[in-house]
Ligand binder design. Sequence first.
Ligand code: ADP
Length: 489
Amino acid sequence: MNSITKRWLRSSLLITFLLVAGAVSIYIYTLISGSYNGVQQAMLSRISSMGGQLKITTGQSAEQTSQSRGSLLRRMVEQFDEKDKFEFMLLDSEGQVIATSSGGTLRYEKAPEDFLMAMESPNSSGRSVYASVTGERVMAISVMVPYPAEDVAALRMVTSLTMVDQMMVERVLLALGIGAVILLFSAWSGVFFIRSIVRPLDEVAKTANAIARGDLSARLPEGSDGDEIGRLCNTINQMAGELSKTERLQNEFISSVSHELRTPLTSIRGWVETIAHIRDPEDENYRKGLSIIGRETDRLYDMVEELLSFSRLQSGVKLECRPLDLVAELTDAALFMEARIRAEGLRLVYEEPELPLPIWADGSRLRQVFINVMDNAVKYSSPGGAITLDLLQDGENVYVLIKDEGRGIAPDDLENVKLKFFKGKGAVRGSGIGLAVVDEIMTALDGSADISSELGKGTTVTLRLPIYRGSGEAPDWAVNAPKESPEKE
Ligand code: ADP
């Protein structure tokens, strides 16, 4: 049996069982005592009305009074009109029967228990319940006569309990039946409820296992009614969707990186074979070959550098921040890119501001951010276009705007360009991690990278960083930030 069912049995059903059992027991107890007390009360009220008549009976002397009370009582016994329900008796001081409404003569072996109790009780009455000679359960009440009445010492009334007992058995059975029905109903509704949770959870566990084993196409039925299990199913489906998207992007990444590596390698191998046969170092092809090999090696080197820095970021390498001048850093990156920008037939538009803009950052990471963004601007621009760098600031932040007049990004690609391994439609060479690295570094520096673009018109990347106002010590965000990159795996 699974554990949710066990827990439910232990908590809910056990408590219901105890409550029902308690309620039924209290009902049975009050039923039994109430019924017997009712019978007792009925007999006592009859006896006391008879006793009351004795009080008004008088004679000329005490003896005569006693005699007339005795004969009054005997008459009462003879004329007792509820013989079918009760047996009315007069007892002497030994507890033996003087007269009885059933008319027979009766001798007890010893005085009845209720008579003995009445003799001793302060209220002069006693009650006993026993099985009669016929085996029938009866209740007897004895009340001592309050006034002398010849040899009559006590009035006694006996009645059968058969009807009362039968009624009680019926009611007890009814109460037990209702209790059992309540328990069965709560067990049934509980089992139904538990199944409605446990079954879908089994399904969830199976699907999650399948996903964990690598079957990323496994999906759960969509939870339509919006309850917790439905939401769990939807979340797992979403997770599987994200995983398969990541897996697809990762596969695309591997194939595009392999392709990117193969192109320069093919060129290098071709040129190596060519110059291997050239004996004259002054040969034009010899020099051309060497320069191409040199360029392609640089390209390979840059690419490997980018991959390495990405993997370092992923494994949570710490940033080494210190106070820097943003203007100087941007100018440095612009100078580095300038030759390439010109070589591609593009213009670099940058007016270096005169005043420094202090920030708290890791210089080499920041340079990587600028170069990645400018590299994209170069890759996606056509000759003749301009690449414009702007620096703005408000009270809290500085903004670097890198703007190109290139082909722009399609609106449905725009939301994905910052994802790892994502390459847009018609992407030129690249592994799809450039902007992911930019975003990760900017976030780690308490800044952000926003990209706006219009297809056919150009793209603007806005890099925001907080202005640093300290004098050498780390700002609050850097002190409180986790020491490692948030994406540590
Ligand atoms: P990569 O390292 O391959 O260049 P990025 O993460 O830098 O990858 O860019 C992701 C995608 O975003 C590119 O494949 C390209 O489609 C698009 N993109 C990025 N910058 C620009 C830009 N300035 N103009 C047009 N498209 C761009």
